[in-house]
Each structure stands twice: as C-alpha cells, then as structure tokens.
Design a protein around this ligand. Sequence first.
Ligand code: PFF
Length: 445
Amino acid sequence: MSNTKIWRGNSTFILAAAGSAVGLGNIWKFPYMVGSNGGSAFIIVYLVCILAIGLPVMASEVFVGKYGRKSPINSLKKLAKETNISEYWKFLGILGALAGLLILSYYSVFAGMAFSYIFNLFPSDLENPSAYSSAYFFDLSKSPLVLIFWHSLFLVITCLIVGIGVVKGIGRSVNVLMPILFLFIVLLSIYSASTGDLDATLSFLFSPDFSSLTPAVILSAMGQAFFSLSIGMGAIMAYGAYMPEKQHIGKTVLTIILLDTLVALFAGIAIFPIVFSNSFLVVTAGPGLIFETLPVAFYSLPMGSLFSIIFFILITIAALSSAISLLEPFTAWMEELSKIKRKNIVALMGFFVWFLGIGSIFSFNIWSDYKFMGLNFLELLDYLTNNIMLPLGGLFVAILIGWVLPRKFVRKNIKLKENSFKVFIFFLKYVSTGSIFLVFLYSLT
Ligand code: PFF
C-alpha cells in the first residue's frame, strides 16, 4: 500500500481512534446506565471490563490493522496467508464491516435527534418545564418527517467527511473536532460542578450500591465497555492501517482508553450535578435522561440555554467522529474490491444506511406496534449488533491473537516489552476470551 493513506504524526491516530470511541456511548448511554444501575458500583465493574477486556482486544485490533495495512477484511486475509491459518478468518472483517453499517443506521437517528436539540430552546415563561420537555420529546418521536430530516443531515455530513478521504477527510476533521470536544466537556463539567449540586453527585458516586450489581448489570457493563471503545467490529482495526509505522501500539491504546474513560466520567460530572440541582428530577431516568430530563435542569440554571446549546453541540461532535469510523471499514473494503471512486462508494453506502435508518425512525411511531420476538425494528437491530455481532467480533479477535496466531509472530510484530507482552497474552487468552464468551452466552439466553 502506498503511504498516501497513513496519518502523519502520532496525534492524528490517537484523535481518530479516541473520536471513534468517544460518542453517544459516553455522553448519553454511560451516564444513564450509571444512574439506573447503582452509581459507582457500576462504574467500578465498567472500569475492570475496560482494563481486562477492552485494552487487550483494542491492542489486538490495532495490531491486525497496522500489520495488514488494508481494510480489516483484507488485513485479516493477508495475516491468514502469511501465517498459514484458515482464510475464513476474513469473515471476521466482513461481520464487522456489516455491523458498522447496521449500527450507523440507528446511531445516525439518535445523533440527528441530539443535533436537533441544539436548536431546541425553551420559551422563557414556562409554568411546567417538565411537562413541556416531555411533550416536546414525545412530539419529536412521533414526527417521522422531522426525524428523517435530522437523520439525513447528520448522515450527509458523515458521508462527506468519509468521502473526502482518509487523510484529508477523516484525519483533518478529527484534528478540528476533537480539541473542541475536549474543551466543551471540561467547560460543561466546570459549569455543572459550580452551578449544580456537586455534593449530591459526589455522595451518589462515592457510595456504591453493590446490591444492584446483578449478573445482568455486570454483563451490561461489559457490553457498554465494548460499545464505548468501538471494539469488536473493525473500526479500530481499519484505523490501525493508517497508523504511522513508528507509533507504539501499547502506549497509544492506553492513551485512547484513558481518553475514552475520562470523557465518560466527565460526562457524568457534566450531567449529574445539573440534574441533582432540581429536586423534581431523577438520574435514574434511563434513555430519556439527556433528551427529557437534562433540558429541564438547564432551564432553571443561570445561562442554562447557552450551556444546553454547548452540551448538544458536544454530543453531535462526539457522534460525528464515531459515525465516520462506523462507515470506514466497509468503504475501505469496497475501495480495494472495485474501481469505483471512494466518493461514489460512500454515496451508495450512505443511501443504504439512510434507508435502513428510516426503519428505526418508524419504530418510534408508525411501526411501533410491529414486533418480532417482542422487539420492534430498532430494538432488533440494536440486539443483533450489540448483543450478537459485537461480542462475536471481539471474541474472535481475542481467539485469533490469543490462541490461533503463532506466538512468535505476534511477539515479533506487536513490539511490546517482554513483561507487557506476557500480561497482554494472558489477559487476551483467558480473561478476555472467557468473559466475552460469558457475555455472549448470557445475551443469547
Ligand atoms: N464508541 C461509540 C460510542 O461510544 O458512541 C460507538 C461506536 C463507534 C461503536 C464505532 C462501534 C464503532 F465501531
């Protein structure tokens, strides 16, 4: 492969991978999961999963991409050929690339909603802001055309960035977007900690409720770690191909994981004090936490509308830098497979994703009664990707690097220090493989 598709300097890879990792999962899902699942007890389990499973699996994905220097599918093919293992390992890449498109189809719907909230300014003289907020969210979810508009807009921006290319599109955009994202999250946390109820937040966060840690909660913490780190579907593997040759895999992956976790924790600090500041609101609101609860909380605080706008810009940026990584694995594969220009490939796939997204939009309204095995279209897609495709992808990556590839080969190419390598292999082989296997089994029951 020519060097035109390798990012210059170490920071672009870090920003791109952190951009992929930091997304709706950190700023929307993580706080509401913490809120509904026992506060810091959930955080502790989550952190253990990040370190014991996330770190080794992410390092493995980066390793495959960097070694192969191609799309995940062709990098796996190359790896298989050079180490004389079955060529069927390429299916791992196909599974991931497909999962990316499926996830993007509904991710873009939620990102579009967050995008629309930048412009959702409450009238100034509301008697009952909670009722207003709930009605607003209800109306939005019952208006397919409005949702389609925001979904389309978000997807067009995503496709434009990916269509421009790896260096000029993805590389440049993350260099602009990520610093803004970091700045905004720090700004919001300071605002929230100083205007909201920090004491209530700290006592909530530092008094873990271990009784709420059921097996289902532990497993959802693990699933969240996967989703949040963007592992199990080749996004990080695809980016690994664009990593500079000299960049160190171990240190880089540690940095990305640290950034992802910090943003999730800061998101908690940005959201909880604001919600706690209003005694009518609860942090256990579930998925409605940021769309229904948070706007009400902002409403009653000084400069609330300004910070509400900043908050929803932050979420939109975070979602955008993740969305581009969901599209990249399939795009890179198609580019290698055909003579079609990248822009046209992206346009085609964008249309497919857009079309599929309409199914998720209809799940809120005109299709809400159509269920298959008790799940509507959106829930089915979510289940298929998060509970089946993602853990399967992660499990096979762990098996491939931990069990199947010759140890010497991995040792030579991953370039970790002797002791770090031993720990890495131990975790990958036993801890990651074993626990992902458990999540997977559980999610099937
Ligand atoms: N990590 C993203 C988030 O936390 O929102 C979601 C995601 C992006 C998952 C890219 C998977 C992926 F390949």
